[in-house]
Ligand binder design. Structure first.
Ligand code: ZN
Length: 451
């Protein structure tokens, strides 16, 4: 943590994600932002340290709302490079069923390091694989998050419908409802932090309508209500899923969501693509969150999320890189670029500005995770910041520095701060040996697919 009050002075450009003028920079004290400074101004608060930000474009720390960390071990795996969601899943499940605790530790470290270096300060993960020996998966993720000094919303996922019950996953990765619910309660009691500045939070996350029973959807909602934690699942990702839902429950996906008590602002959804007009209005009116995952949606050719209409209807639209078997990168600033371009195809260039895409990656994502203390630069908010330089070859000749981050394809932050603490300096993570990590993680990935 910064020992004293610091003025990050006169940035090259700054995006506050609100209407405040912070042209003159911002002042931080401890974990929080205490002041923003207008054009040509100096801070009202006394400050002891000045950080010259003239070469930096400052953003609120980016927030990733959907991921599966373990999938960094199956990036670009040949058998699923060019297939849609369902065969992608059925090919990968048997590989993922061999996951070990050390594999998950390495995979989580890689995903978090990659995110952090891309300017991301808060991450959500959806972990739903608990084969024998992997009972402490979320505990492993918590320890890596703490080691890297990030914020996280870690969700206790679940699958109960194996192949024998008409589901997609193999039997060895599904669990009984009582085991899932007892472990969910344990994790909430052990790790869930509440209120402003929370570093680790726990959510409940049945994998998808096609991998759990109606009972587990209902009891997860009840447990989330009882402990005041958030709910997450995949929904409306593909037309295959919509048809599966109709066949299995005789309902469309949003009707099913409502029937199990999930159509509330406690819920955020992975993908949320295939909604009709009436469903967009209902999702918006309920204030449900949607994690838009543009790269994954293009990779699996799932469809284009109706992000602008959902946002205008009242939904909390955030961005997610999704798991690394379907992206296959964990880079939040590049994901904002993908969102900008994919959404322009649907809504046109004028409605989808760089600021709108950056808004999804910051305030929109914060809201999807149920938080108002992160995702923007304003007095009282947490000091989570991403600072980019624009002196690389790719920016040469660019004019507007903020637009240039997305249009020229910034992929690496120069500095990243989480809760007032610099976690990335000069493009490197404090205290992490990347070469060793890559060697160990790559070896684990080869072993996993070899079986
Ligand atoms: Zn996903």
């Amino acid at each position: 943590m910064t020992p004293s009050r610091t003025w990050l002075r006169n940035p090259k450009a700054i995006f506050t994600a609100n209407a405040l003028d912070a042209t003159g920079g911002l002042v931080i004290e401890g974990e929080r932002i205490i002041e923003v400074v207008g054009a040509g101004g100096t801070p009202q608060s006394p400050y002891e340290v000045t950080f010259e930000a003239r070469d930096h474009v400052i953003l609120p720390g980016l927030i990733n709302t959907h991921h599966h960390f373990y999938q960094t071990l199956t990036r670009a795996w040949a058998p699923v490079v060019s297939v849609p969601l369902f065969p992608w899943l059925t090919n990968l499940y048997p590989v993922w069923a061999r996951l070990t605790p050390r594999d998950l530790e390495l995979a989580t470290t890689v995903a978090l390091a990659e995110l952090l270096l891309s300017g991301c300060t808060t991450v959500a993960d959806h972990h739903y694989l608990f084969p024998g020996g992997m009972e402490e998966s979320i505990d492993i993720e918590v320890s890596v998050v703490k080691k890297l000094g990030m914020r996280a919303m870690l969700t206790r996922g679940s699958m109960t419908l194996g192949e024998a019950d008409g589901g997609l996953p193999p039997q060895q990765v599904v669990q009984d409802a009582d085991v899932i619910l007892a472990d969910s309660e344990r994790l909430i009691a052990q790790y869930h932090e509440r209120g402003e500045g929370a570093k680790v939070q726990i959510g409940l996350a049945p994998c998808s309508p096609f991998s759990v029973t109606t009972d587990i959807m209902r009891s997860s909602a009840a447990l989330a209500e009882q402990h005041d934690v958030r709910l997450h699942t995949h929904l409306a990702e593909t037309i295959d899923e919509e048809e599966f839902c109709k066949e299995m429950f005789d309902l469309r996906t949003v009707d099913y969501l409502e029937s199990v008590g999930w159509l509330t602002d406690r819920t955020w959804l992975g993908h949320g693509i295939h909604f009709n007009d009436e469903e967009v209005a209902r999702i918006g009116a309920a204030g449900v969150g949607v994690a838009h995952c543009p790269t994954s949606n293009m990779r699996l050719a799932s469809g284009i999320c109706r992000a602008v209409e959902l946002e205008e209807a009242g939904a909390a639209v955030g961005l997610g890189v999704d798991g690394s078997a379907s992206n296959d990168a964990s880079n939040m600033i590049l994901e904002a670029r993908q969102a900008l371009y994919l959404q322009r195809l649907r809504y046109g260039a004028e409605r989808v500005t760089p600021e709108r895409a950056l808004g999804w990656a910051t305030t929109g994502s914060a809201r999807a995770l149920g938080r108002d203390d992160i995702g923007q630069i304003a007095p009282g908010k947490q000091a989570d910041l991403a600072l980019f330089t624009t002196d690389d070859l790719r920016f040469s000749g660019s004019h507007d520095p903020l637009s240039a981050l997305l249009l020229c394809g910034a992929d690496k932050a120069d500095r990243v701060m989480v809760a007032g603490d610099w976690r990335v300096i000069d493009g490197a993570i404090e205290g992490l040996d990347l070469a060793t990590l890559i060697a160990e993680h790559s070896a684990a990935a080869r072993r996993l697919v070899a079986g």
